[in-house]
Design a protein around this ligand. Sequence first.
Ligand code: ADP
Ligand code: MG
Length: 270
Amino acid sequence: MSKILNPVKNAAVAGADSSRYRVVGVDGDRDIPTATASAACIIKASGLTKSYRKQNVVVPVLRGVDFQAEEKRITAIVGQSGSGKSTLLHLLGTLDQPDEGEIFFNGARIDNVSARERDHFRNTQLGMIFQFYHLLPELTLLENIMAPAMIRHGIFSYWKRRSELKERARELAAVVGLEHRLRHRPSQLSGGEMQRTAIARALILNPSLLLADEPTGNLDQETGTSILGLLQSLNEEHNLTIVMVTHDEYVASQCDALVRLKGGRVERLK
Ligand code: ADP
Ligand code: MG
């Protein structure tokens, strides 16, 4: 069985696909991505336009967005409130479709495929986290982490694989530093702990790309910095590729690549 390394405690845990969560030494034996090294593009969008229609009023939000993110890096998207950051992230995550333009994931078109193929893409390749966590209040922390697996596998297959999935969920709870809170419900957790739970949930199906919409936006500075540290350790130690919308200048400054949405277009800052 392949292994992942616990970034919180540096303890090896089992259960992930080695192609995505490569085992690394405690000292870290991966190639650190640098701005100058060429890296493979994992997601690429070109010419995206998107307008919302409210009654007879058309609100253009994206007016020809070109965007790309490299594998194994953290790419930040900044921009004023209402500039279309969430809209862009939703298009990249196939939660919505552009009016015009194309989106490719590892070279394959994802924006114009069937709803079933989009669901499959999201289940197998993507993890998502949001500003307000979106945990299910009636489920425990462990059950919340397992929820995507229940939905993905269907009840019969889920029950057959339940102990394996439970073990993986426990490992991820340890990765995010919450192995001692497994039976707690969201109402018993702090904001930072809820975001850590949401991160573990986003990783249960072993995604190759994590999309994060203002993951520190509802947290105080110190907690936000610790969530950023967790995302950085997942990126550095497990090669998790992250595209993150953020308002926070410090968070943005810590990312490998940085773009700004302005006037419905994207400009690359770093
Ligand atoms: P950001 O995340 O940068 O704050 P959004 O992508 O959420 O911006 O929104 C961009 C613009 O699109 C805003 O003016 C917002 O009101 C509008 N908008 C977003 N979603 C919808 C929707 N479902 N229907 C109508 N307008 C929307
Ligand atoms: Mg937003």
